[in-house]
Design a protein around this ligand. Structure first.
Ligand code: ASP
Length: 357
């Protein structure tokens, strides 16, 4: 084969590959585009937000502001003791104390607020909004955030439910056999060693709710609220309360948010980057996938990679643009998100980078 043929062959393959990539991108854009001829409000959230999107859409239809609406929506999950990733019932830090992070952003005013490592207040999203409206600041953390919340009349509550305490205790007693925490005694007749008899090793878990909304008037707002990484080092702050990482809105372009490994999202200014990618012309789904590819390509620490050099963790990005196109993507297949559109709420599958075996 001559060099020319090889070169032509290569160029042909490259062109074909580029064409295929374009077709894929266009298909994703077309799928997102079809969604632009839809009835607003449009509200998207992480998969745990089916009730959230319904409530937020109802509020917007009743004439409410988009930010008040998404906050009312996530308040349902913040108050739910059975969601161990957000608010009351959230999994605690390594000392057994629930610490919450949240951020909000209001498209029409481009104003925002956030709180981090907030203890004892069930609705950190409300405190984030108070930071936005009642201070000249954007972010208040820790003890200062608690004092600020109390000054505004929010009541303290122990956020550690019995269920979350038991899950934390199981983690404490099973994550190392070189400390003094022991799993419960074996039941009579159980011949296994105590360490085998202990519950299976409990892994660190992520979990959060993000919610973005678009009104009929074309206004956007977003909120992200979480108890963050389970059993974290006290004071650890994830992406959720960081404007531009866990959530971002540009009222002329769109809104985006994230769930999953916050450290990876912070390093890529995740939500801001997705909004900027949409500004550059990408559909919401393609913008999310492009950001996730960046995260995967930049992940080089062997500790975080599997045997095929793929991230061992997951991140999900959610996006909604000004024309009503929406989408979400995850690093790993199996991700889902909730959406309210055309007057109905449903859960859809995320696009993804890698298929789970
Ligand atoms: N992103 C959150 C954090 O890192 C957790 C999550 O969404 O699962 O704190």
């Amino acid at each position: 084969m001559s060099e020319g043929v090889t070169r032509r062959g290569f160029l042909g393959t490259a062109a074909a590959a580029a064409a295929t990539a374009n077709i894929r991108a266009n298909l994703a854009a077309a799928a997102d585009g079809m969604r632009s001829h839809t009835v607003r409000p449009i509200v998207i959230s992480s998969a745990n937000g089916l009730e959230t999107v319904t409530e937020a859409a109802r509020k917007i239809r009743d004439g409410g502001d988009t930010l008040d609406a998404v906050i009312a929506g996530v308040n349902i999950v913040e108050a739910d003791p059975n969601d161990h990733s957000v608010g009351y019932g959230g999994l605690p830090n390594e000392d057994g104390v629930v610490e919450l992070d949240a951020s909000v952003m209001h498209g029409p005013t481009h104003n925002c607020g956030s709180v981090a490592a907030l203890r004892n207040i069930m609705h950190p999203s409300r405190v984030a909004k108070l930071v936005m409206e009642r201070t000249d600041h954007v972010m208040i953390v820790g003890q200062g955030a608690l004092r600020f919340a109390k000054a505004h009349g929010l009541r303290e509550k122990d956020l550690l439910t019995d269920d979350a305490r038991r899950i934390w205790m199981k983690w404490k007693e099973s994550h190392s056999d070189r400390d003094d925490w022991l799993a419960p005694q074996k039941p009579p007749g159980d011949t296994r060693k105590r360490s085998d008899a202990a519950a299976t090793k409990t892994e660190f878990t992520y979990g959060t709710i993000h919610c973005s909304a678009l009104s009929a008037a074309g206004d956007l707002s977003a909120v992200t609220t979480t108890s963050g990484l389970s059993y974290k080092i006290p004071g650890r702050v994830g992406d959720s309360p960081i404007i531009g990482a866990g959530m971002y809105v540009d009222n002329e372009i769109g809104a985006a948010g994230s769930t999953g490994r916050g450290e990876a999202v912070i390093k890529h200014c995740g939500a801001f980057a997705v909004v900027e990618l949409m500004r550059g012309g990408l559909s919401p789904t393609d913008a999310c996938l492009t950001l996730l590819k960046r995260i995967a390509n930049h992940t080089t620490d062997p500790r975080l990679l599997d045997d095929r050099r793929r991230p061992r963790f997951d991140v999900k990005m959610y996006a909604l643009n000004k024309s009503g196109e929406f989408g979400a993507a995850s690093i790993w297949s199996g991700g889902r998100f909730a959406v309210h559109v055309n007057g109905e709420s449903r859960v859809e599958s995320c696009s993804y980078l890698f298929k789970r075996d």
